[in-house]
Design a protein around this ligand. Structure first.
Ligand SMILES: C[S@@+](CC[C@H](N)C(=O)[O-])C[C@H]1O[C@@H](n2cnc3c(N)ncnc32)[C@H](O)[C@@H]1O
Length: 388
């Protein structure tokens, strides 16, 4: 279990975050909530407990999370659940549909034991019609409208905890956005959710200019512009830039020069942009094709060989164009090989004016690996550098 505390004089509440991208999501929470965080502990890859004001508005700017649940109670206090629920719903006679989302150390057997306890405390408290529903039915819009009451449960140091799901990031806008795009190419683009998480880490205050020097289909630019951040996109492919321009002009017709697009090899980009002119760089230089089997270490290294130059060029670019305090988040591939090892691209900021970003006292292991990726043998890892 990883934890840190930041000195704070405020009285905070413990909030449970269900993480989408493990440590990367934790970094996003820390950068967005900043000094509002009193302390934090990571229970497992999925769950982090953060001490902060529940009222903090910025929670709804965090995208790398599935759920926000509070208050946190241990199973001994389960009889308080109906009281907690009554703070957010008014009518005990209405049908109560309840789902129980289990994480960290909650086995199937434990899940059904806890679920029966939860249902029986609601019945004992006078809720007339209590029905269990599957977690898969507990879609975000139902939870938002309180049509379904979702409860998060997990184990921490041998104790079982429960918390009421209060908030989920709004995915509908993002899903609609992907659907609306004229030009898209799922083979090379990253998800809008990951793009937002990376942007939040690189530019939590949404200031200045963001650059994606390998902009591809423009996913990162679209998210940055939607967040109100002026953006520059560049790509070696003229065709890609033409398509990104069409997408952006359609999506942001009133953009008033809020974005700029360039056809450029990364090697020539620094001269076109100017020294220390960029506030944040968010980028994914390569996305290898999906692998159906683990390759040998030799062929994995061969796959990465050409890309290494692109990553070192990205480091050189960041050194030149990032303003002091500016941040680069850069995604690198991780290939799981036949002999059980990992082949990846190592980026070392030593000897440059870049250093690993370690906000607060949280020091993640770099590169930060993204857990739970659907492609089994090709994964993503993220480096985050801050310019001095
Ligand atoms: C993995 S894609 C980026 C995808 C993007 N993140 C998205 O969501 O659409 C990488 C892009 O880098 C571009 N590229 C490759 N070599 C380059 C170079 N030397 N300079 C600039 N761009 C390059 C490719 O044309 C491609 O569009």
């Amino acid at each position: 279990m990883m934890s840190f505390t930041q000195g704070t004089t405020q009285k905070n509440e413990e909030i449970c975050f269900v993480l989408t991208f493990g440590d990367l999501s934790l970094l996003e929470i820390i950068t967005v909530l900043g000094p509002k965080i009193g302390g934090m502990r990571k229970v497992c890859e999925r769950i982090a407990i953060v001490e902060t004001y529940t009222a903090t508005e910025r929670i709804n700017e965090i995208y790398g999370i599935h759920k926000v649940a509070y208050p946190l109670i241990d199973i001994e206090q389960i009889s308080y659940l109906p009281q907690i629920l009554c703070r957010i719903i008014s009518n005990q006679n209405e049908k109560l549909r309840v789902s129980l989302s289990a994480y960290c150390g909650i086995t199937e057997v434990l899940h059904s034991e806890i679920f029966s306890k939860v249902l029986s405390v609601f019945k004992q408290a006078g809720f007339r019609h209590v029905k269990a529903v599957r977690v898969s039915e507990a879609k975000s819009n139902y939870i938002k409208k309180r049509d379904i009451i979702d409860i998060v449960t997990f184990q921490d140091s041998g104790k079982i905890f429960l918390a009421l799901t209060r908030f989920l990031p709004d995915r509908s806008y993002i899903e609609k956005r992907v659907y609306d795009l004229t030009h898209k190419d799922s083979r090379i683009s990253l998800s809008p959710r990951l793009a937002r998480t990376l942007i939040n880490i690189a530019n939590p205050k949404r200031k200045g200019v963001l650059l994606d020097p390998f902009c591809g289909t423009g996913t990162i630019l679209i998210e940055a512009l939607s967040m109100g951040i002026r953006s520059v996109g560049s790509d070696i492919s003229k065709k890609r830039i033409t398509r990104v321009r069409e997408n952006l002009e359609k999506m942001f017709p009133q953009s008033d020069g809020k974005f700029k697009l360039l056809v450029s090899d990364i090697r020539d980009l620094a001269d076109k942009l100017g020294e220390r002119s960029i506030t944040s760089i968010v980028t994914e230089p390569i996305l290898l094709p999906t692998l159906n089997a683990r390759p040998s270490m030799k062929s994995a290294l061969k796959m990465l060989q050409f890309s290494r130059t692109l990553y070192s060029e990205a480091m050189k670019l960041a050194e030149k164009v990032l303003e002091p305090g500016g941040v680069m988040t850069i995604v690198a591939p991780v290939i799981l090989t036949l002999d059980g090892r990992e082949a990846t691209i190592k980026l070392d900021p030593q000897g440059t004016r870049l250093r690993n970003l370690n906000p607060g006292k949280f020091e993640p292991e770099y590169p930060i690996r993204l857990p739970f990726e659907s492609t089994r043998f090709l994964r993503r890892a993220v480096y985050i550098f801050e310019a001095t």
